[in-house]
Design a protein around this ligand. Structure first.
Ligand code: F6R
Length: 614
């Protein structure tokens, strides 16, 4: 949520790298953007509403190439509004000290109102409605000659979360960055230093990075980085190598990142699976979990926490853990969980699911579970993310960067990671070698099965044409396919702006059926799982109310194909894999409907990829 970039070089212009960095981070927020550039003449700020492309246009008029070389240090921001409308005045960077200081911020200053009124009483005039501007003035107020100390002192007065970068004409050549609750990574190149909210804005320059931790503050100059704690004690942070390459964060010939990421799933999932299956034992190795068979055997309950798509993956997890490991499992929406005074303790295994590893509610739920003594693991995609680090033990998805705001490959990778975890847990309990062996073989086949779903892309696009003008849709599924129905509805809502609701197939007749008509297509998940025949009955109920039904049906299932208005055919898969197979088809359906409706697929309105505020 909100993207920050900073660039510091001895001799290279900061303008291009800052704008490029913002483009990479645009998925984090895209309602306005801005840069602050430092030269010997002081600090210049350029801000624009709308996307980064609008800022780029502004810069190309305001700042000719011939002038850009003098700005070798700068900070930049792409915003997802929290306090105040997405106007130019509310766009970052915010300035203080008569324009001598500029600051960008990701996060929320919770006590900003009290701080602001204190500053206003001292005669400071505010230009925006943001919480961030308070921080800029606070830093300027504390500046008695040492920039890092001024920022530390200001931050000591702040309650809330922040990732910040700030520059000051009073301290030429210095950039101060700090984090608490919002991610910040420093990329260390041979001659340049790049700071960003995540590594996707860094890998074009370097693969050597330092992940700042909460409470860290760093002074960055073109030739060095000095990391400290807020009380100014030196802190050592290891340099790490990032293995994402630049190709993995570009569109690679696809029209949208969403489509690219849907099509990447065979490879992405092969990476999630690689090295984690043990065919000789009919089980999985998940060394990151660092739980002995004895500890696993002692687990009394699994709680899976997440938000949005990750929560849907967690809901699939319930079926997997309960059926394979015979263990009661509750999927919980992370925000509800954290505020419900959850009853968890040493015999409970809390598994946090998060693509970004930065979702504020999921992180808070992890912290609450750790406080209560539960075993906690993270299943995250972004390496080095806060949840991955704080959970202490866990499994990386290795699905590669997900840039499209709508999550696709992370969902399927999460389900596979949960399936392998359930398999491992099951094999320490009652699951037989034969059953484990069958599942290992099925998991090995997943990348090929997904290729078969993707081969249906054109057929799915054709069906999408027929329904692209619908404004309301229902998605129904039963058992392990119910969360897949929720995920299908979520995808089409967020990328195609179609009002859609996911229901347990049996629940439709308890009220929502009143809304069905020839104008409300129903998507029925009819892959081969126990209970499919019952869902076919529900399909008949829908058709009897004139609702057209799009069925996700298994290849060769003539009865299911005949029961629906339009069939999207998917390959045969075992029930444990059925949600993955069905959701890939639903991702393509949502994508094509969105394309036909002319939507901004990779950056849907009002959304942001990484929700780092509550
Ligand atoms: C939907 C989507 C969101 C995220 C949710 C959690 O396509 O992307 O619903 O799934 O915000 O994000 P993570 O997984 O990063 O914790």
């Amino acid at each position: 949520m909100c993207g920050i970039v900073g660039f510091s070089s001895l001799n290279k212009s900061a303008v291009g790298p800052l704008v490029n960095g913002l483009r990479r981070l645009e998925y984090r927020g895209y309602d306005s953007a801005g840069v602050a550039l430092e030269s010997q003449d002081g600090i210049k700020v350029y801000k624009q509403t709308g996307k980064v492309a609008e800022l780029d246009k502004l810069l190309s008029h305001a700042l000719p190439e011939s002038e850009r070389g003098k700005y070798t240090i700068g900070i930049a921001h792409t915003r997802w509004a929290t306090h105040g409308l997405p106007t130019r005045a509310n766009a970052h960077p915010h300035v203080a000290d008569n324009g001598n200081l500029a600051l960008v911020h990701n996060g929320i200053i919770e006590n900003y109102a009290a701080l602001r009124s204190g500053l206003e009483k001292r005669g400071i005039k505010f230009l925006s409605q943001t919480d961030t501007e308070v921080l800029a003035h606070l830093v300027a107020t504390f500046d008695k000659g040492d920039f890092l100390v001024a920022v530390s002192e200001a931050l000591k007065h702040v309650e809330g979360t922040y990732g910040i970068a700030t520059i000051s004409a009073r301290h030429p050549g210095e950039m101060i960055v700090a984090r608490k609750g919002s991610p910040l990574v420093i990329g260390v190149g041979e001659k340049d230093i790049v700071v960003a909210s995540d590594v996707s804005a860094i890998v074009a320059y370097t693969h050597q990075v330092i992940y700042l931790k909460d409470g860290d503050i760093a002074r960055i100059t073109p030739d060095g980085i000095d990391v400290r704690s807020l009380d100014n004690s030196p802190v050592t942070r290891e340099m790490q190598e990032v293995d994402w390459d630049i190709g993995s964060i570009e569109k690679g010939g696809y029209e949208h990142f969403m489509l690219k990421e849907i099509f990447e799933q065979p490879d992405a999932l092969a990476n999630t699976i690689r090295g984690r299956l043990d065919p000789s034992g009919g089980t999985a190795f998940l060394s990151g979990l660092s739980l002995s068979p004895r500890e696993l055997a002692a687990v009394g309950r699994v709680v899976i926490i997440g938000c949005g798509t990750s929560l849907h993956a967690g809901m699939v997890g319930k079926y997997l853990f309960e059926n394979l490991a015979d263990i009661p499992t509750s999927p919980e929406q992370a925000a509800e969980f954290r505020y419900s005074n959850p009853i968890v303790g040493p015999n409970d295994w809390v598994i946090a699911l998060s693509q970004s590893g930065e979702t504020a509610d999921t992180l808070a739920a992890v912290r609450e579970s750790i406080r209560k003594g539960a075993l906690v693991s993270g299943l995250c995609n972004v390496v080095g993310s806060t949840i991955a680090r704080e959970a202490g033990r866990g499994v990386y998805l290795h699905a590669g960067p997900e840039i499209s705001v709508a999550s696709t490959k992370a969902f399927t990778a999460q389900v596979i990671a949960l399936l392998m975890t359930a398999l491992k847990l099951g094999r320490t309990r009652r699951l037989s070698f034969e059953h484990g062996d069958r599942l290992v073989k099925e998991i090995q086949r997943i990348p090929e099965i997904i290729k078969e779903v993707l081969a249906e892309n054109d057929a799915i696009a054709k069906v999408a044409e027929k329904y692209a003008s619908a404004d309301d849709m229902f998605f129904i599924g039963r058992g392990i396919l119910y969360p897949a129905a929720l995920e299908g509805a979520l995808k089409i809502k967020e990328v195609a702006y179609v009002h859609a609701e996911g229901y347990q197939a049996a629940e439709l007749k308890h009220g929502p059926i009143a809304l069905l008509s020839e104008k409300t297509p129903v998507v029925a998940l009819l892959a081969d799982i126990p209970g499919k025949e019952k869902t076919l009955g529900n399909v008949q109920e829908c058709r009897a109310r004139h609702a057209p039904v799009i069925g996700i049906v298994t290849k060769g299932d003539e009865a299911a194909a005949a029961a629906v208005t339009d069939a999207l055919v998917v390959p045969h898969a075992s029930p444990e894999i059925a949600p993955i197979v069905s959701v890939v088809a639903l991702q393509l359906l949502a994508y094509h409907v969105a394309r036909l409706r002319g939507c901004e697929i990779d950056q849907p309105r009002n959304l942001a990829k990484s929700v780092t505020v509550e």
